[in-house]
Design a protein around this ligand. Structure first.
Ligand code: 3H9
Length: 715
């Protein structure tokens, strides 16, 4: 028996309204499913009930199966994944019409439940999706079977392989929703349900539909295109391919047989390493937003008005990120030309979203209008948050912080977008160090989801809490880190990048190193990343943060020479690679010749290097530095480092982040390999103390996080 309070029952004349009430997102945990089933059981036996409306409380219809139940099945193979079959059958076979009133988001199992209803009506703001691939699994509650029948093979493939929710209008056009409802969704659904009851049976059942299933000839190219899409956008992931197979089953098999195929495929995914890793990523993202040490810091100050100083690439894209979230923004720059350039960049970017059909012209105009051009520090006095995004130079930034410390209103948050500089020094010159924090956005800030929230020694807890809330408002993932050179992401990246360059000096050309890394699943190889970010940028960071100049005395020798040769990366069409019109990297014999001559001059022996060696030296360098950062307390949790790499550095989602990956390899093995690398290549591979300790205890980073969970410490 489920707890009755998980669903609310209400009668409106001869129509019963069943409301799922399981905050925060109405996840369909087992007790909710049984409560729904028992409510339907009672309603079915009540002769006065002529129709039923099922809806959800709050902004969500239902966000899917309960992630914790799913996690139990992913971690423990003795646990069965959630089973929706009985409930779905009850809904679809219900004698009276069941109208699903989609008051808001319906995802995964939530949409699967909705598709079993006879009619679906939606609020125009509702979003519908089967995002299971993002968790390394496929819809396992008959969703691939009903969806394909309702919307056809092409749309079903788009939704299950892409995993992106669609809007209610799109869903209505596709046939997933019968009508959109303005105003009081439930009242309108009740009227609709009464009408349906009056019209009488039969009420449409998705499982009986066949008219959109197509045939082998028309579906063949659709499946081929979906496989190609999966290869491009979700390389190495197994769930998208399983989802395609499940849709193929829907198109060719009777419903019950298709459901059996789906269930078997879903089970295979639930039991996979990839699902484990991706579920870790999902939960790690949510846990990053929670810091036990912040409890009791009060309700964070709401941020509605943001002043951005500096209209360069970062300033302009941060302005867009804020405007996209509905905030009012003022943008200024010391140079009028730079400000004009900033605004035209913003305008171009919005125009291109309109051209590509991602935004309506009206929405783009509304967002653009939220960004006001002001001069100097004019925007600071009325802002809740001031973000400094001027040139990355301490002298200039200190001057700016002196000014904003004097001009901002008391209680306003003063943030720097620095990627490397010391937040405490900026806090000190501001005169209000408790209000100063780092907000390290990644480029382009209106696209990239990560924000490193850098806490200085004096930063107030309330300011940290407000920064986390601000990141969430921007639909970004904020990860709180301590103020230390390079913070977390860049600090860890340097040893990884250096190792790649050492490998090039020893005989593995950049394209070979990059290939090994992309085969591992990285979104881009590290040389391509360096070219994209700009070799001059990395050069400036190296100069600024001298500690990255090779801890055992070995320094990469080629990068500086490339900068001197003007090979600054993609922006000038040459760096480690050459670039044509399409911006695809082309190996450049000039670079190879340069690397060879540098190696010769420095008596570096060149040899052929195996894929295993490339992978170990680069990824283990990343892992080892991650362990150092964690041991020093610059990052609070191993999972936070995973989130930073998954959302900001293109680490493959299906490997769960660098420290999760290390756990999956086994810290004992990694420790042993690091010792061997230290013997062969020098002390830079000396295992980090934390890694050595955990390996010695037979423990893991995950276990380390668990022990920390209860401790009330902030990074
Ligand atoms: C599935 O359905 C499998 C089926 O095919 C059946 C298989 C047999 N369960 O993200 P937020 C929690 S797989 C439990 O910060 P937002 C979340 O942990 C599922 N809890 O809010 C957080 O808790 P806390 C397919 C869930 O407004 C709180 O809700 N569905 C679930 O930014 C707020 O979350 C998905 O993959 C859940 N399903 O975004 C949807 N979902 O406060 C996953 C969330 O304690 N969810 N929570 O940390 C989402 O995409 C977003 O959470 C959503 C809200 C868009 C719903």
């Amino acid at each position: 028996m489920g707890s009755p309070e998980l669903v609310q029952l209400e009668r409106r004349g001869d129509v019963a309204v069943v409301r799922i009430d399981h905050p925060p997102v109405n996840a369909l945990a087992e007790p909710v499913r049984s409560a729904l089933a028992s409510a339907l059981g009672r309603l079915g036996a009540d002769p006065e009930v002529r129709a039923v409306v099922i809806t959800g409380s709050g902004r969500t219809f239902a966000a899917g199966a309960d992630i914790r139940e799913l996690e139990a099945a992913v971690l423990d193979h003795a646990v069965e994944p959630p089973d929706f079959h009985g409930l779905l059958q009850l809904v679809e076979d219900f004698a009276q019409p069941i109208v699903i009133a989609l008051n808001g988001t319906a995802l995964g199992g939530g949409l699967e439940l909705a598709m079993a209803g006879h009619y679906r009506l939606a609020d125009p703001e509702a979003r519908l999706g089967l995002p299971e691939v993002n968790l390394g699994i496929i819809p396992g509650a008959e969703g691939t079977q009903r969806l394909t029948r309702l919307v056809g093979v092409a749309k079903a493939l788009e939704m299950v392989v892409g995993g992106k929710p669609i809007g209610a209008e799109d869903a209505c056009r596709a046939g997933l929703v019968d009508a959109l409802l303005d105003g009081d969704v439930i009242e309108r659904a009740v009227v609709f349900a009464r009408d349906a009851a009056r019209r009488g049976a039969p009420h449409p059942r998705a499982r009986e539909r066949t008219e959109k299933l197509g045939d082998a000839a028309s579906n063949g190219p659709l499946f081929a295109a979906a496989r190609e899409q999966a290869r491009k956008t979700r390389a190495h992931q197994t769930a998208p391919l399983a989802a395609i197979q499940a849709v193929a089953a829907a198109a060719t098999l009777p419903f019950d047989e298709g459901c059996r195929t789906e269930r078997a495929l879903a089970l295979g995914c639930v039991r996979s390493e990839q699902a484990r890793a991706m579920l870790h990523g999902f939960l790690a993202e949510r846990s990053a937003a929670k810091l036990p040490g912040l409890a009791g810091s009060g309700t964070p100050a709401a941020i509605e008005q943001v002043a951005i100083l500096g209209a360069g690439t970062m300033g302009a894209s941060i302005a867009m990120a804020c405007a996209n979230a509905g905030l009012r923004v003022s943008l200024s720059d010391g140079s009028t030309e730079a400000l004009t350039r900033g605004f035209s960049t913003i305008q171009r970017s919005y125009q291109s979203s309109v051209d590509r059909g991602r935004l309506t012209a009206a929405a783009a105009a509304e967002r653009f209008a939220r960004i006001r051009s002001v001069s100097g520090y004019e925007g600071c006095a009325s802002a809740d948050l001031v973000i400094e995004a001027v040139y990355e130079n301490m002298t200039i930034k200190k001057e700016v912080f002196g000014e904003i410390g004097r001009r901002a209103r008391p209680g306003a948050i003063l943030a720097s977008n620095t990627s490397t500089l010391d937040i405490d020094q900026l806090g000190a010159v501001s005169g209000v160090p408790e209000s100063v924090i780092g907000l390290h956005f990644f480029s382009p800030a209106h696209v990239m989801r990560l924000v490193e929230i850098v806490r200085g020694v004096a930063t107030g807890k309330g300011v940290v809490a407000a920064a986390l809330q601000f990141a969430k408002r921007l639909s970004k993932v904020g990860v709180v880190v301590r103020n230390a050179p390079g913070f977390v992401g860049n600090r860890i990246m340097f040893p990884y990048m250096y190792e790649a360059q050492f490998l090039a000096e020893e005989g593995a050309p950049p394209e070979q190193v990059d290939q090994v890394l992309t085969d591992f699943g990285m979104a881009m190889g590290i040389f391509a990343v360096d070219d994209m970010g700009g070799l001059d940028v990395a050069w400036r960071v190296r100069k600024e943060l001298r500690q990255f100049e090779g801890e055992d005395g070995r320094k990469p020798l080629v990068a500086d020479l490339l900068v001197e040769l003007g090979r600054l990366g993609q922006k000038v069409r040459k760096g480690w690679y050459r670039y044509g019109e399409d911006r695809k990297p082309i190996p450049d014999p000039e670079v190879i010749a340069l690397v060879e001559s540098v190696a010769r001059a420095n008596r570096i022996e060149r040899r052929s290097i195996s894929r295993e060696e490339i992978l170990e030296r680069t990824i283990y360098a990343l892992v080892n530095e991650g362990a150092r950062v964690l041991g020093e307390g610059v990052a609070r949790r191993a999972a936070d480092i995973d989130v930073i790499y998954l959302t900001g550095y293109g680490f493959p989602a299906f490997r769960g982040g660098p420290l999760y990956y290390a756990d999956s390899v086994g810290l004992g093995k990694i420790h042993e390999r690091l010792l061997a690398l230290e013997r062969d290549h020098g002390p830079r591979f000396e295992p980090a103390p934390l890694l050595a300790r955990l390996a010695g205890e037979g423990s893991s980073f995950r276990e380390h996080d668990r022990r920390l969970e209860a401790a009330e410490v902030l990074p």
